[in-house]
Design a protein. Structure first.
Length: 284
């Protein structure tokens, strides 16, 4: 009887919300609380990419290079790459789960069904020094076998090319409205995170959750039809080409007065551009 009581007490203690958390033991990389230690490390991934949006076929095509540095103390035999565009592919876990729409304050709804759209990314090239690498897709993740083991403090440069159809009704931050408005939150193959806590982070992208990536630099070139306006982070390298003189003047005024709200493109101008795009679409 005493043994039974002890067992029951132990089971209750293990399920209690007040039980002690099973924190990992401290290491030179992190303390037990997760604070970076004297030997903390983090991988690096730099991207040099070019992409073209074809509004006639609603396909994005891209190519470029990924410079990946192994700063971990381990030798890597393979790497993992995120292919978030495969969220609507037949092999995606998202399609199997059939997630209900997420509803946010203000009536914003994220529907991950894509209303029947099926499609994913096609990786046209994934090479190192001209050598094609062995890859295996698992939904929104792809495992890439390295041509040779990548030891600590060594780097490798991947040469990549890809394309995918943009869904007419996407989920979250991927989709389009006709051929006039595109939201491209996940548009290029990205190196998955490798850290000292979980190793490779290979959880699939489901749309309802966020993601995190390795730090690195981005050099991006985008080619779009004339008249399109791109909203993105980063520093614009060719403002005199893609901005009007008036827009350039407004941007200069905004940079000269931090904290001041300056409309680079006014509401009236945006409406006029939209009306012109509609007219061109109907005429075509």
């Amino acid at each position: 009887m005493l043994v039974l009581l002890l067992v029951l007490q132990q089971s209750v203690a293990d399920s209690s919300p007040f039980r002690a958390l099973a924190l990992p033991p401290p290491s030179p990389a992190r303390s037990a609380a997760g604070v970076p230690g004297p030997r903390y490390w983090q991988q690096r991934a730099d991207y040099t990419l070019q992409a073209t949006l074809d509004t006639a076929t609603n396909v994005l095509r891209g190519s470029g290079k990924i410079y990946y540095v192994n700063r971990s103390p381990e030798t890597l035999e393979y790497v993992w790459v995120q292919l978030d565009q495969n969220i609507f592919a037949p092999s995606s876990l998202s399609g199997v789960l059939n997630q209900p729409p997420l509803q946010f304050a203000g009536g914003v709804v994220f529907d991950f069904s894509a209303k029947g759209f099926t499609g994913g990314i096609t990786v046209d090239r994934f090479t190192v020094a001209g050598r094609a690498l062995t890859t295996k897709m698992l939904g929104t993740m792809m495992r890439v076998e390295l041509p040779r083991p990548l030891g600590p403090d060594l780097s490798v440069t991947f040469d990549i090319a890809w394309h995918f159809a943009i869904p007419p009704y996407g989920g979250g931050r991927m989709g389009r409205v006709g051929s006039r408005f595109y939201e491209m939150g996940q548009w290029y193959p990205r190196m998955a995170v490798y850290d000292d806590v979980h190793g490779w982070n290979t959880l699939p992208f489901l749309g309802a959750g966020e993601f995190y990536l390795e730090f690195g630099d981005f050099d991006i070139s985008l080619t779009l039809p004339a008249g399109f306006t791109v909203t993105a982070t980063g520093m614009l390298a060719n403002p005199s080409i893609v901005r009007t003189a008036q827009e350039g003047s407004r941007m200069a005024r905004a940079f000269a007065a931090p904290g001041q709200v300056v409309q680079v493109i006014t509401r009236q101008e945006a409406i006029r551009h939209q009306d012109m795009a509609l007219h061109d679409e109907w005429r075509a």
